[in-house]
Ligand binder design. Sequence first.
Ligand SMILES: CC(C)(COP(=O)(O)OP(=O)(O)OC[C@H]1O[C@@H](n2cnc3c(N)ncnc32)[C@H](O)[C@@H]1OP(=O)(O)O)[C@@H](O)C(=O)NCCC(=O)NCCS
Length: 257
Amino acid sequence: MIVIRPINDAEAPAFLALLCRIFNLDPARAESIFYSEPFFDLDRKWALFEAGRIRSILTTVPLVFGDGPAYGIAGVGTDLDHQGRGFGERLLRAVLNHGRDSGEERALLFAHRPELYERCGFEVLDHVIRAPLVPSNTDNNAPLLPFEDVSTCYEQWANRSVHRLQRPPRRWQFWKWNLRICSEVAGGYVCQEGDTVRECIFDVPLDAWPVYPGAEWFGLRCMAEEMQLPVGEAKEELIYMGYGFSSPPRMFMTDQF
Ligand SMILES: CC(C)(COP(=O)(O)OP(=O)(O)OC[C@H]1O[C@@H](n2cnc3c(N)ncnc32)[C@H](O)[C@@H]1OP(=O)(O)O)[C@@H](O)C(=O)NCCC(=O)NCCS
């Protein structure tokens, strides 16, 4: 018998063990992240059970845009011995139906391949690209911007369009959970994690980028274009897919689920 539902407390270890097997994760490291990440919520960890055994899994994450709620879908996986039996599709369809019944009608995900998701009604909205940033004039001495100023700046940016991701307190908690360094630039900031820029906000194209040579943009192509980022040759790394969206809602990969 097939049952599809969110897991309960006692089922979390089996869910985590399957997640590690499918995605080849180190169980000890994955366990510490799994239970402590700010969006941890058993009601959003879905599983397909066959005869009481978990075969397929996925996790949803709440999202809020100016024009209403949505959710992200991550970690879609089926036990290696049971792939190709239609379980992934059944699980996804059940989660989409549940979303429609509970007022979360729109979904987003980042995929390597589109087939399964297209069959369930998702459409390709854009791509996540990785591209070298070619700074016109490197300014590595830009001062760091305190968190309060970063959040004010982000919220002003998000409020300028209903298609931009809002950050309620829990999302900010998630944002702060990772080590991010934000350098002040005219009218905003550039946020770096190591050599990667996943978030930046400014009023006019920058003359000086507070990044070292070798820094890369990792984000939506549409956002790189809108902000006129000085990106070099881009590699498409992920497909940005939406269910119930007609155009790509804007979000930074700092909010990746
Ligand atoms: C993707 C995955 C969840 C599909 O689960 P499943 O239970 O086998 O799905 P279904 O039986 O309903 O559908 C199988 C179809 O999904 C599609 N598919 C296979 N891998 C896919 C992938 N990585 N992304 C999207 N679609 C995929 C194919 O069309 C496949 O049909 P085929 O076997 O005839 O080629 C499973 O292959 C898996 O766990 N892969 C490893 C983890 C992964 O890559 N997850 C997705 C990225 S987050």
